[in-house]
Design a protein around this ligand. Structure first.
Ligand SMILES: C[S@@+](CC[C@H](N)C(=O)[O-])C[C@H]1O[C@@H](n2cnc3c(N)ncnc32)[C@H](O)[C@@H]1O
Length: 317
């Protein structure tokens, strides 16, 4: 591997990636799953450090195009100098609108590698990680108003309870919500240390694990991650050309269930099997991965973040 001053590395195949920014997970599986047509139009909804995006570019000829979305302005510095790529610094929940602005009605493949990048997680002042003390921010898009501190300050006890329970699977979510409500009457909770101190007496089990779950819930809520995913999924079937593929990598069981159900049923409802008439399958997508693909031992060893990654692929009928 060759490295230059901006931590961009080029491997033996010429693939460019900003390795200090983020190590792409399930890279080969994702690129294979997309079955890339060299002259096709592809969308990377979550450009990040550009690991997956650059691997897609590698498979395209001079006629191919890559449209890269990322709502985090920091990702701009990872863009390769390549005229086949167009960067759209927006939330992928508006995919159809922004593709139309580029004159694109349909594409040959769509990738979303959900969640936060290692760069976001490792940058103390972004407020994503319990390893640092910083303002409780957690916004991927810093043009957005709502921060994690705002949620702790304004949400009702019931809303906090549901959020920690559903998004973080925090075992004592109810007690946590109550403790936050009591503490915020006395003093505001603005930064990570203030938060840890406010709730230290009710932490259950391993504090690292506990706070990781609590922070995950806050991050999902701040960025409306499940809402954005559902908006994206609904726009995918009409956006894909026939035979076009969609690949989605998730890191949370609820997220995976949303993707699995949508790929299978074309809705977010788990359709009941009708004994008499069979299940009415409304999906315009054919599921390619009956079971999600996960990281092999080699990847797990070099990239612990791949532990909870699940890749699902579908094809437009
Ligand atoms: C896991 S990283 C992607 C890493 C990338 N595949 C790579 O190889 O470096 C997720 C990225 O998606 C972005 N992101 C997450 N949700 C988004 C959304 N709704 N719209 C646009 N970008 C989003 C984040 O800002 C982050 O940079």
């Amino acid at each position: 591997m060759m490295t230059n001053s901006s931590n961009i590395e080029t491997d033996s195949s010429g693939t460019v990636q900003s390795v200090n920014y983020h190590v792409p997970v399930l890279l080969k599986e994702t690129i294979d799953g997309l079955k890339i047509k060299p002259d096709g139009i592809y969308v990377d909804c979550t450009f990040g450090g550009g690991g997956h995006g650059s691997a897609i570019l590698q498979k395209l000829n001079e006629k191919g195009r890559l449209i890269a979305f990322d709502q985090d302005a920091d990702t701009k510095k990872n863009l390769p100098k390549d005229k086949r790529i167009t960067f759209i610094p927006q939330n992928f929940r508006h995919i159809q609108r922004f593709l139309r602005l580029e004159g694109i009605k349909q594409v040959d493949g769509i990738l979303a590698d959900l969640g936060v990048s290692s760069h976001q997680f490792d940058t103390a002042e972004r407020g994503f990680s319990i390893r640092f003390n910083a303002a409780l921010d957690m916004r991927m898009d810093q043009r957005q108003q709502l921060t994690a501190a705002d949620i702790l300050k304004t949400y009702s006890e019931k809303h906090l309870h549901k959020m920690f329970e559903q998004y973080g699977e925090v075992t004592n979510a109810k007690t946590l919500a109550k403790t936050i409500m009591e503490h915020r009457q006395i003093s505001p909770i603005q930064n990570i240390n203030e938060f840890k101190n406010a709730v230290h007496s009710i932490v259950k089990g391993n504090p690292q694990k506990y706070f990781a779950q609590v922070f995950q819930a806050l991050r999902i809520e701040v960025n409306d991650e499940f809402g954005a995913l559902k908006d994206l999924l609904q726009q995918i079937p009409p956006l894909l050309n026939s035979g076009g593929r969609v690949a989605i990598i998730t890191f949370h069981s609820l997220e995976d269930r949303i993707v699995k159900t949508f790929f299978k049923n074309g809705t977010f409802d788990e359709v009941e099997i009708d004994e008499l008439y069979g299940t009415k399958n409304e999906s315009l997508l054919k599921v390619i991965t009956k079971k999600p693909l996960t990281a092999d031992l080699r990847e797990l060893k070099i990239n612990p973040r791949s532990r909870s990654a699940k890749l699902r692929v579908s094809e437009k009928k």
